[in-house]
Design a protein around this ligand. Structure first.
Ligand SMILES: [Zn+2]
Length: 460
């Protein structure tokens, strides 16, 4: 396939390279040049590259990492996609429960030896410490450069980061403004390579009004934070207008995106990154959706039985970090849901195209024909019943449900009727509802309590 006529995005190196010299910078340049070219590759070439990387990773993990040796045997080989798709999935609980040594490779080449660590936020379970290696760092920097390319970012401008880490631990702490200043708003290597502008680092704790006053004083061109934080700040920040809002760290729902775009008059650029895996996907500059950094990760979208999901159906995300040989992450069930786009992206890139991410909290029920209905309103209604300490809806058939409840008193008949009528509205048919009192709501293999569990058998 040729790509004549597609609009190419600019090359970040031709535009912004400062010419600074260092072996690590040479490595990042090399990585970015490759990523800048491979985004236009035909799909079969991208898949071939992924399979080659996955085969190397799986062979390494089964030899060098006890956790995988137990699950795969000590000589696992993957030579086709079919074989890859049959590998058991890795759950968060498996990583959490593994003795740290269990998950760390006994031997790696020097470029894959840990140099630092990243931490998960701990909002969805125990904190996981993820080693970072020079190889992973160069991929991360390359992917970030491609994200700046796609978002039309000028690195020389300034940026404020509002995040969950304590900014007061950073050098450059400004007590008066309750934030840290840095010469570059990116990490030092990228900062030098592209001549990044100044960075202002806040943590999420100061009162929004106070943070907004400082932001209005500094007027950063960009703000990077969670959609929730940017939404909270909106009323305090007017009339200051940043050029771009980078949203990261939680799901960006359409109404919030619209409110941020209209309220700030800014481009909203959403990034899907996962601490355990690295840069995974980012918004397409033209199409209505996200491109996966296929060269860095394998992002699968699978149905309840672990088979590739049909486009347009919100389904489970499995992630494989292709360049993490220190603590391999292979077919990792992160707990997010995503929807593959039914159509290729109009931009011409054949990188995996995700129409929408749904985050972790979404609850769905199954309809015949592989359809799904979002059940958030029922879940919210149940969540507000004061006598319910916990609940879980289990769908046994398209028209049969069990509601597990942890409750001091039984549901009233009126409450039962409400649940039934909401379910009937969603399923478009009469349903059978049974309430089952339990002491505790069971956890799923990912170590989380799902609000809805689909157990429908014939679901095609
Ligand atoms: Zn695109």
């Amino acid at each position: 396939m040729t790509h004549a006529g597609t609009t190419r995005t600019p090359n970040m190196l031709s535009l912004y390279d400062t010419g600074a010299q260092h072996p690590a910078l040479a490595e990042i340049r090399r990585r970015y040049r490759a990523l800048h070219a491979s985004q236009w590759w035909p799909e079969d070439e991208i898949r071939e590259l992924q399979l080659r990387c996955a085969a190397r990773l799986v062979a390494h993990a089964s030899k060098q990492v006890p956790l995988y040796r137990r699950h795969y045997g000590d000589n696992a080989q993957v030579s086709s996609w079919e074989e890859f798709l049959q590998l058991p999935t890795l759950t968060r609980t498996m990583i959490e429960d593994a003795d740290k040594k269990d998950w760390i490779a006994e031997w790696t080449p020097p470029v894959s030896r840990p140099v630092s660590e990243a931490y998960t936020s701990g909002t969805t379970g125990r904190i996981i410490r993820v080693p970072r290696t020079p190889l992973m760092e160069s991929w991360r920097a390359g992917c970030r450069m491609r994200e700046y390319e796609w978002s039309g970012t000028d690195p020389g401008l300034s940026c404020a980061h509002i995040r969950h880490r304590h900014a007061s631990d950073d050098p450059g702490w400004d007590e008066k403004r309750q934030m840290a200043r840095s010469a570059w708003w990116e990490e030092p290597a990228l900062g030098r390579l592209l001549g990044f502008g100044p960075g202002f680092f806040f943590d999420v704790s100061p009162p929004p009004k106070k943070m907004a006053a400082v932001l209005k004083e500094l007027e950063p061109a960009y703000i990077c934070s969670t959609p929730t934080m940017l939404d909270i700040l909106l009323e305090h920040l007017r009339p200051y207008r940043p050029a771009t809002l980078f949203t990261i760290g939680e799901n960006l729902y359409d109404p919030v995106r619209e409110r941020l775009e209209a309220g700030y008059g800014a481009l909203v650029y959403d990034i899907y990154a996962v601490v355990e895996v690295g840069r995974a996907a980012a918004q397409c500059p033209q199409g209505n959706g996200y491109h996966v950094h296929d060269e860095n990760v394998i992002l699968e979208v699978v149905d309840e039985r672990g088979r590739p999901a049909a486009p347009g159906v919100p389904s489970r995300v499995l992630l494989t970090a292709l360049h993490n040989f220190a603590a391999p992450v292979i077919r990792y069930e992160i707990g997010d849901l995503a929807e593959l786009s039914p159509d290729p992206c109009p931009c011409g890139r054949r990188l995996t195209f995700i129409r929408r991410f749904h985050g972790r909290e979404i609850s769905r029920i199954a309809l015949p024909g592989g359809r799904r209905r979002v059940a958030s309103s029922l879940m919210a209604w149940l969540g507000h019943l004061p006598h319910l300490k916990g609940f879980q809806l289990r769908q046994k058939a398209f028209d049969r449900f069990e509601l597990f409840v942890v409750a001091k008193e039984a549901l009233s008949s009126r409450e039962m009727d409400t649940v039934r009528s909401m379910l009937e509205q969603m399923t478009e048919q009469p349903i059978d509802l049974k309430v089952v009192p339990v002491d505790e709501v069971p956890m799923n293999p990912a170590g989380k309590v799902a609000k809805v569990v689909i157990e429908v058998e014939a679901d095609s």
